[in-house]
Ligand binder design. Structure first.
Ligand code: NAD
Length: 245
């Protein structure tokens, strides 16, 4: 994978950080996007460099069209191409539907759905010119099955799957693949606030009897951007310990 250059949105911590480190271990240069927490992003970039690749930090909010354009342009300008886009940035604002505010609904759609669209649109333009590229969108088991208390998140992650398939159709003729990874419950800050009762129940329901690690998701992303996955597009790869079959 030498001479490949990747942009990972929301790459400073959690699953995004694990993806950055895994791609770096596979010899891919990495642009670590962050919206805040530049220090954490710099640490991720430094850890990538320790793995022998180049790494930069590109600050910006993926939900803002101008900033998304700059995030992608800065990556492409640094290396002259953008070969891999991983849309990982995401947020939750949970509540049951009848109580959910419009602000919380819109905020989750803006980052998870619109942000992924904006970055794909920008990166897609470079990849079309290059006639090559790999896009991986981080969806969720919640986008496939729904989840009580997450109507906004479920809509955003189901939408990401719809966009993945649509873009796979649009870009396939230029050799660009677009796939999604749908993690189940993964140990990150996002799930750290789950009540003990929920964690115990999930651990008992998951066939592999544990939450996943960020590295489990990163491994799926690494596969989808590798040459071994060159004939796979428009697919959703579940990484959930068997929770959804
Ligand atoms: P996290 O909260 O640890 O990381 C999310 C990252 O996205 C953070 O670095 C955050 O700063 C960044 N981010 C948020 N809004 C942004 C914006 N507007 N612009 C740029 N960056 C932004 O969460 P995580 O668990 O590592 O989640 C990573 C992805 O995986 C998300 O898309 C999430 O929905 C998805 N996911 C997580 C789980 C899980 O169990 N943790 C399960 C399924 C899917």
């Amino acid at each position: 994978m030498a001479d490949k250059h990747a942009l990972v949105t929301g790459g400073s911590r959690g699953i995004g950080r694990a993806i950055c480190l895994r791609l770096a271990s596979d010899g891919i240069d990495v642009a670590v996007n962050c919206v805040a927490g530049v220090d954490a992003a710099e640490k991720t970039a430094a850890a990538c460099r320790e793995r022998g690749v180049e790494a930069i930090v590109v600050k910006g909010d993926v939900s803002d069209a101008e900033q998304a354009k700059n995030i992608v342009a800065d990556t492409a300008k640094t290396w002259g191409s953008i070969d891999i886009l991983v849309n990982n940035a995401g947020i939750v604002r949970d509540d049951i539907a009848i109580r959910m505010s419009e602000e919380d609904f819109d905020a989750v759609i803006a980052t998870n759905l619109r942000g992924s669209f904006l970055c794909m649109r920008e990166a897609g333009r470079y990849m079309l010119r290059q006639r090559s590229g790999r896009i991986v969108n981080i969806s969720s088991i919640v986008g496939l099955n729904g989840n009580a208390g997450q109507i906004n998140y479920a809509a955003s992650k189901a939408g990401v799957i719809g966009m993945t398939k649509t873009l796979a159709l649009e870009l396939g003729k230029r050799g660009i693949t677009v796939n999604a990874v749908a993690p189940g419950f993964i140990k990150t800050d996002m799930t750290a606030c789950l009540p003990e009762k929920v964690v115990t129940k999930m651990n008992s329901d998951i066939p592999l009897k544990r939450f996943g690690d960020p590295e489990d998701v990163a491994a799926a992303v690494a596969f989808l951007v590798s040459d071994d996955a060159s004939y796979i597009t428009g697919q959703v790869l579940s990484v959930n310990g068997g929770l959804d079959m």
